[in-house]
Design a protein around this ligand. Structure first.
Ligand SMILES: NC(=O)c1ccc[n+]([C@@H]2O[C@H](COP(=O)([O-])OP(=O)(O)OC[C@H]3O[C@@H](n4cnc5c(N)ncnc54)[C@H](OP(=O)(O)O)[C@@H]3O)[C@@H](O)[C@H]2O)c1
Length: 278
């Protein structure tokens, strides 16, 4: 793989996405920093990123992308491919937390969360995969995305495309300020002392948060790891809490299921032949 890659990042206005943009571009990777409404609510963030790119001659292009909108996702991916000719890495980073007791989360809040955190990556991956499959190479990276991730990794390995999941622990970004609270307070109030749990969890997370640059450095290491040598999951966290153990166990279980179903060979990574730019 070309050592300088073309990377599309969702949710680049603030936090991790913005740090990934800066960190990868400073290493010479071309970054399409996508965000909602760069001409309106994110105008300040977009112009700061553009000014930085200009000042330090960084290969960064800001594009509009709302991951809840099919047309917006397709427009941004088309624009990136028209400009760079390819997309090597798609980082599904856009998302937010919803905090509260399960019962107090309204159906509408749950649907909205899924539309961003789960269907967002589905839209982005559907838009970039035709290009990656033509290239017979590529990386889908998921910053703690939901279900469907195993399927991507297994289905695409034979075509030279990797799917990886980065599981960040708690890091200092605007995420805690952007957290949506469960809206049904009447339900929350019936839970007695248990209703304090979400606030306690949020307090513990924000008071032990690490430096978000560690996550951006991990993303850089992952995308610069040669094709076929990447892990499915990476835990990057101030505290491990035994997560690596769960992942190792999950890997062993998945390997035996694949072997039992006779799928081990079909799901093994195979480097594809490079083809001309799209
Ligand atoms: N920081 C942590 O401790 C931590 C830990 C684990 C996982 N994460 C995950 O890491 C990801 C990035 O979060 P962060 O910590 O960097 O917090 P953040 O600063 O709040 O970033 C979230 C980003 O997602 C964007 N976004 C939200 N909805 C969107 C949509 N519909 N379309 C496009 N962009 C959208 C936001 O854009 P706007 O500016 O337009 O709102 C913002 O750029 C999130 O998925 C979060 O859940 C964070």
């Amino acid at each position: 793989m070309n050592s300088k890659q073309v990377v599309l990042i969702t949710g680049s206005s603030t936090g991790f996405g913005r740090l990934f943009t800066d960190t990868l571009a400073r290493k010479g990777h071309t970054v399409f920093a996508t965000m909602r409404d760069p001409g309106g609510r994110n105008a300040k963030n977009a112009s700061e990123i553009r000014a930085l790119a200009e000042k330090d001659s960084l290969p960064i292009h800001v594009l509009e992308m709302d991951v809840t909108n099919d047309a917006s996702v397709e427009r941004a991916v088309d624009a990136a491919v028209a400009k760079a000719g390819r997309i090597d890495v798609a980082i599904n980073n856009a998302g937010y937390y919803l905090s509260g007791l399960e019962e107090a989360v309204t159906t509408e809040q749950a649907q909205r969360l899924m539309d961003t955190n789960f269907f967002g990556p589905v839209r982005v991956n559907r838009a970039v995969l035709p290009h990656m499959r033509r290239q017979r190479s590529g990386v889908l990276m998921h910053i703690s995305s939901g279900a469907g991730r195993e399927a991507y990794s297994y289905e695409l390995a034979g075509q030279g495309i990797e799917s990886v999941i980065l599981q960040p622990g708690q890091y200092e970004t605007p995420v805690f300020g952007n957290t949506v609270r469960a809206a049904d307070e009447a339900r929350t109030d019936t839970y007695g002392a248990v209703k304090e749990i979400p606030a306690k969890v949020n307090g513990a997370l924000s008071s032990t948060a690490g430096n978000a640059q560690d996550v951006a450095d991990a993303v850089l290491r992952i995308i610069e790891t040669p094709a076929g040598e990447k892990q499915l999951r990476y835990v990057v966290s101030p505290q491990d809490f035994g997560l690596s153990e769960i992942n190792a166990l999950s890997k062993r279980v998945q390997t035996s299921v694949l072997e039992a179903f006779g799928l081990a060979a079909d799901t093994k990574f195979r480097k594809g032949k490079a083809v001309a730019a799209v």
